[in-house]
Design a protein around this ligand. Structure first.
Ligand code: GLT
Ligand code: MN
Ligand code: MN
Length: 386
């Protein structure tokens, strides 16, 4: 079976993805709530490897300690029965009204302290279930108006929170890495730390940057109008691609969280090709949900579709590597006669002096065209199956 998901593909889904009940700002839920155990079974049926969760996807916010323990034990049994793992966990810091003005960046110090407490408990829960990556998506960390909060103060509160939680993880002796997930807007008018670039810069201001990477999401960079693969590549070069949220999004729309590859096949292809070329070995997490019009049979088709499209695009990436015309064009595009080798690499005073003295034929450099139209058309034909 060519496109059958296997554990080595590291395909994971959040409980909140296949468990999405289709509520939106204009309409009530359309699918009956399924328990975490039922969702683990559904994910096993479609061949997923991992399941991720927010604290409250698994344990309701008002559960007693005894209820919590029973739920966790049932969940772990289901994981064992179906052979699924929990690669990642996270905290819900956005649903409860307490977080209406943010969590780590709320103006209310009680809310900020509560957010820390909730996250420490959620970290314990995640680690108990086997998670090795912990995601922070600051969905409510933002504003509609800047009249009531200084964004520099908010940035400091955010730093303090992540520093505090790093120390907590170290203190507990947990083997856990943090992955910060940016988004430009929705549900807030503007969310702080809007893109992967913002997050990468923010991480370097923290006390334990080595513990912290990013969790880029296709839809979120696209909402910001950016090239997702470029963002992922920058994170990769920085050694910060700790996790990835795969889905799809049409530019200029609400936060759609569509099935992976369902909207922009070409961008999905370059992303898969990048991940496979560099040998990214983390989770391929589908942070998406089925259309509101779907029933649970269609939710399964949605989940299978995410994985199948990934595997098809992975095969296309291999075809790209084997494609004679494409490779000939690439060889032509990247041709290097070695004449510049003496100027490459690290600075030295001698190199700088030689380069300063060298005479370039600027007009000759400007005459060189690149056959990107031909190359891109070959990619389009590859993707169209010609
Ligand atoms: C929420 C959001 C996602 C985040 C999840 C983790 S929750 O569904 O839209 O992008 O990854 O908190
Ligand atoms: Mn996400
Ligand atoms: Mn999203």
């Amino acid at each position: 079976m060519r496109y059958t998901p296997k554990p080595e593909h590291r395909f994971s889904f959040g409980l909140w993805t296949v468990g999405n009940i289709g509520r939106d700002p204009f309409g009530d839920p359309v699918r009956a709530l399924r328990s975490p155990v039922q969702l683990v079974q559904l994910l096993a049926e479609v061949g997923a490897w991992g399941v991720n969760f927010h604290d409250n996807d698994l344990v309701p916010i008002d559960a007693t300690p005894a209820e919590r323990d029973r739920i966790v034990s049932d969940f772990k049994k289901a994981l064992d029965t179906h052979g699924l793992v929990v690669p990642m966990a996270t905290t819900n810091l956005f649903t409860h009204p307490a977080f209406r003005d943010g969590a780590f960046t709320s103006n209310d110090p009680k809310v900020r302290a509560y957010a820390l407490q909730k996250t420490m408990r959620a970290i314990d829960l995640g680690v108990e279930c086997g998670a090795s990556t912990y995601v922070f998506w600051g969905g409510r960390e933002g504003t509609e108006t800047d009249a009531g909060k200084n964004p520099a103060d908010a940035g400091k509160w955010f730093q303090e929170a992540i520093n505090f939680l790093c120390e907590y993880v170290i203190d507990q002796g947990y083997d856990l890495r943090f992955a910060l997930e940016p988004k430009p807007n929705e549900p807030r008018g503007d969310i702080y730390l809007a893109t992967v670039g913002h997050m990468l810069a923010f991480i370097e201001t923290l006390d334990h940057p080595q513990m912290i990477g990013v969790n880029p999401e296709v839809a979120h960079e696209r909402m910001a109008g950016l090239n997702f693969t470029h963002a992922v590549a920058q994170a990769w070069n920085a050694g910060k691609l700790f996790h990835i949220d795969l889905n799809d999004q049409n530019l200029g729309r609400y936060d759609q969280d569509f099935r992976f590859g369902s909207h922009n096949i070409k961008q999905a292809f370059f992303l898969v090709k990048f991940l496979e070329d560099v040998g990214y070995d983390g989770s391929r997490h589908f942070d998406a949900h089925a259309y509101r019009s779907s029933d649970y049979a269609d939710v399964k088709a949605f989940a299978s579709g995410c994985m199948r499209t990934y595997l098809i695009l992975k095969e296309k990436a291999e075809q790209f590597r084997q494609h004679t015309e494409i490779q000939d064009l690439l060889a032509q595009i990247t041709a290097d006669d070695g004449a510049m080798d003496r100027f490459k690499g690290r600075y030295s005073a001698e190199k700088a002096a030689n380069l300063t003295a060298y005479t370039f034929d600027r007009d000759e450099l400007g005459r060189r065209g690149q056959p990107y139209e031909r190359l891109d058309q070959l990619v389009i034909e590859l993707l169209l199956g010609i």
